[in-house]
Design a protein around this ligand. Structure first.
Ligand SMILES: Cc1cc2nc3c(=O)[nH]c(=O)nc-3n(C[C@H](O)[C@H](O)[C@H](O)COP(=O)(O)OP(=O)(O)OC[C@H]3O[C@@H](n4cnc5c(N)ncnc54)[C@H](O)[C@@H]3O)c2cc1C
Length: 448
């Protein structure tokens, strides 16, 4: 699909990861139900093709959520876009069930997302980075819309489209420790596989991974398996890896109902969500991965072949790139320092939550904020704006402060994107009714 300059849409989506893919499907399913007057939509994605954290599609890494928390099932269990439909289409449904395991590999889930995306190519334009959202200039063709500026990443050309509603879903932002600069041998986990293959793995004789979360554990395991000739250093500030709590009561915080409990809860209630349940997702590791790493270390102790080294209660003080290597200064909590020379160091140091401020630019001054400086957001994920701004600006992500822990996760995307689609459709109906009423009044005025 190629959205043309100056086209006007009911919905423009920025980013086409799982969240906006789920929204596109929700709008498509709405249209299939009503058949007339489709909600017009266009989605812009800066990548050249669909991709979900491609650089972390490590062999046999598994999903952190059940396959039933796919793009649609919790909103519409009979959708043709479910993971079960995908398995059926691949001729793998029986085999999947025989595994007796709720958690597909990330590679298989990626295939599922690509399969769903292949039915949505009519609404998405790739190689398209949204660079700004603006109020239309005076006298513009669509004065009640916002203007979206889109840069073609292949030739740098720019076009503008108009939108009655914008849904921002640009995802998490990779986070490096202060003072550490990415480079040829200094990587963030979000770029891992691309950098790893570029670096000629046979030449990686000593590598380090910083962090104690799921990505750190996965990369450490990957290095150890893939580089049998290499010394592998795991550096983390905690005493050891902590387990991700995915037991049933804790798991309820990812239910759609928990969004209401969080949204309508008071400050102490919300704070308790984070205090008690942060360990369901942040800085924690799957039980199986923790055990696998421990077993590797134990086996190496037994066979006196140590090459997996844990530097616990340790932080990286500085990194100096030195040609094809990096010098890493480590500091233990007790102040003891040691230097490591490595051929590559990976910072699995997490991500910052999505923040739409930059993209909103000047438009941000119409968006209201709470006492802590966060954007105010309605229950249906719409930014609260001053009355001058009549267009809807919705967020998929970046609403941890209002909607809780699922904001940047997959758990609730089927329900959330349905709620946003409903809000957009309701808004359009109200707009059309208001326009019809204005027309009637105008006609009545003329004939009076
Ligand atoms: C390695 C890894 C594994 C994960 N596994 C799980 C899991 O198992 N379960 C779970 O619940 N969560 C998981 N997560 C959390 C993750 O946030 C979600 O899986 C998911 O990616 C959220 O989808 P999204 O569409 O909101 O964001 P993203 O998937 O990040 O998609 C955002 C898209 O927007 C595009 N974009 C950004 N800026 C622009 C712009 N200006 N113009 C155009 N396009 C733009 C990006 O290229 C990207 O494709 C994982 C995260 C990581 C990093």
């Amino acid at each position: 699909m190629s959205a043309r300059n100056n086209d006007t849409y009911d919905v423009v989506g920025i980013g086409f990861g799982p969240s906006n893919l789920s929204l596109a499907i929700s709008l498509e399913e709405h249209h299939a139900n009503v058949l007339t007057n489709p909600v017009t939509s266009a989605f812009f994605e800066r990548q050249p093709q669909f991709g979900w954290h491609r650089n972390m599609l490590l062999p046999s890494a598994t999903m952190q959520i059940s396959f039933l928390k796919d793009l649609v099932t919790f909103r519409n269990p009979v959708s043709r876009f479910s993971f079960v439909s995908f398995l059926h289409a691949q001729g793998r449904l029986a085999q999947f069930v025989n595994r007796k395991d709720f958690f597909p590999t990330r590679q298989e889930f990626h295939q599922y997302l690509e399969w769903a995306e292949s039915s949505m190519t009519n609404v998405v334009t790739y190689n398209s980075s949204v660079t700004a959202i603006r109020r239309p200039p005076p006298g513009a063709e669509a004065p009640d819309c916002v203007q979206i500026e889109v840069r073609d990443t292949t030739d740098g050309s720019t076009r503008r489209v108009n939108a009655h509603n914008v849904v921002i879903s640009t995802g998490l932002e990779p986070r490096m420790p202060d003072g550490v600069v990415r480079g040829e041998r200094v990587w963030h986990s979000s770029e891992f596989l691309a950098q790893y293959h570029r670096a000629q793995p046979a030449q990686l004789k000593s590598v380090a991974v910083v962090g104690a979360g799921q990505s750190a554990a996965e990369i450490t395991k990957f290095f150890h398996t893939q580089l049998p000739h290499a010394q592998v250093h795991a550096v983390f500030p905690s005493y050891g890896y902590s387990i991700a709590d995915d037991t049933p009561f804790a798991n309820q915080i990812f239910d759609a109902a928990a969004v209401d409990d969080y949204y309508y809860g008071d400050d102490p209630t919300r704070e308790a969500f984070w205090r008690y349940h942060r360990n369901t997702n942040y800085g924690v590791v799957d039980n199986a991965d923790i055990r696998a790493l421990y077993q590797i270390a134990y086996d190496e102790d037994v066979s006196h072949t140590k090459r997996l080294h844990f530097h616990n209660q340790t932080k990286v003080k500085s990194v100096t790139a030195d040609g094809h290597t990096a010098r890493v200064l480590l500091e233990r909590l007790d102040g003891a320092q040691r230097e490591l020379g490595v051929d590559a160091i990976v910072f699995a140091t997490g991500y910052a939550t999505m923040d739409p401020t930059h993209l909103l630019g000047d438009l941000d001054r119409y968006c209201l904020r709470d006492e802590s400086g966060h954007h105010r957001v309605t229950r249906d994920y719409r930014l609260v704006t001053t009355p001058e701004l009549t267009c809807g600006i919705y967020l998929q992500g970046g609403t941890e402060h209002t909607h809780g822990l699922t904001s940047s996760l997959l758990s609730n995307i089927a329900v959330r994107s349905g709620e946003i689609a409903d809000a957009v459709i309701k808004g359009r109906t109200e707009r059309e009714l208001a326009a019809a009423a204005a027309q009637v009044l105008q006609t009545a005025d003329k004939s009076a």
